[in-house]
Ligand binder design. Structure first.
Ligand SMILES: [Zn+2]
Length: 261
């Protein structure tokens, strides 16, 4: 087969070379410009490149220290409980039932997309006397690093989803996903009437430690005025739910449970 294949290869090479030469000499006359791989010659005519993607917008750097002005204490002697990333159809009703049984209120940091998907849960959170916190549209860990316009529209869209579910419900707080705050974001949230809510106790329940570990971590770090970060969504929260069955009555008895202010 070799002898027969060779002439064909040679013909191909000739065609390729002539194609390049023509395109190089008078590109504007070339009826059908050869593909990119066959036309490496520098061409004075710039062809439109519809496939070129716009450069990614630059993210501002994260500060080394948390910015000033974050609320990291409950503002009273009581301990504030916060539940992030919901609402979730499996776990949010469970935690609502626990809170109701203990007759205490908590703060729910809800994700806009989740609020849009489960509006009846947002309405129930409000109806049962709990407080709302905007936790961004889709849990954007880098939101604080984006442009002011992007931050503003993300927070606005999330507020709108919450208000579609619970019209006129006050949205007291904003919490940046992952606690990755920037000073610019804190300023924008404040301008929108959202106070920046951080935390002082983080048992890292998002990482699915056993309930006993969550209990130990929370009890070891909680003081009067603590803000405890917990999750009622974003994964399997069975262990968090089990820990809360112990923690909610225990914290209530030791310190009292209060909404942050
Ligand atoms: Zn979160």
């Amino acid at each position: 087969m070799r002898p027969r294949a060779l002439p064909a290869l040679a013909l191909g090479l000739v065609l390729l070379v002539t194609g390049c030469g023509e395109a190089g000499k008078s590109p504007e006359k070339a009826a059908a410009p050869p593909s990119d791989s066959a036309a490496p010659a520098p061409s004075p005519v710039t062809r439109p490149s519809p496939t070129r993607t716009p450069a990614k917008p630059k993210l501002r750097p994260l500060p080394k220290k948390l910015p000033a002005g974050l609320h990291r204490a409950s503002g009273s002697n009581g301990v504030a409980l916060t539940f992030d990333d919901g609402p979730d159809p499996r776990f949010t009703p469970q935690i609502l039932a626990q809170l109701r049984a203990a007759r205490v209120q908590a703060t729910f940091c809800v994700v806009g997309k989740q609020a849009e998907r489960y509006p009846e849960l947002v309405a129930r959170i409000v109806r049962e006397g709990h407080q709302l916190c905007n936790h961004s549209w889709h849990h954007d860990m880098n939101l604080g690093r984006r442009s002011a316009a992007e931050i503003r529209s993300d927070l606005q869209r999330t507020n709108e989803a919450i208000h579609a579910a619970a019209p006129k419900a006050p949205i007291t707080w904003f919490r940046q996903p992952g606690g990755r705050w920037t000073a610019e974001e804190v300023t924008i949230a404040r301008q929108m009437g959202l106070r920046p809510l951080h935390w002082s106790v983080d048992p890292q329940d998002w990482d699915h430690p056993p309930a006993e570990t969550i209990i130990k971590r929370v009890k070891g770090a909680t003081r009067h005025g603590s803000v405890v970060l917990l999750h009622d969504a974003g994964g399997d929260r069975t262990q968090t739910m089990a820990a809360c069955r112990h923690l909610i009555p225990d914290i209530k008895r030791r310190y009292g449970i209060a909404l942050p202010r």
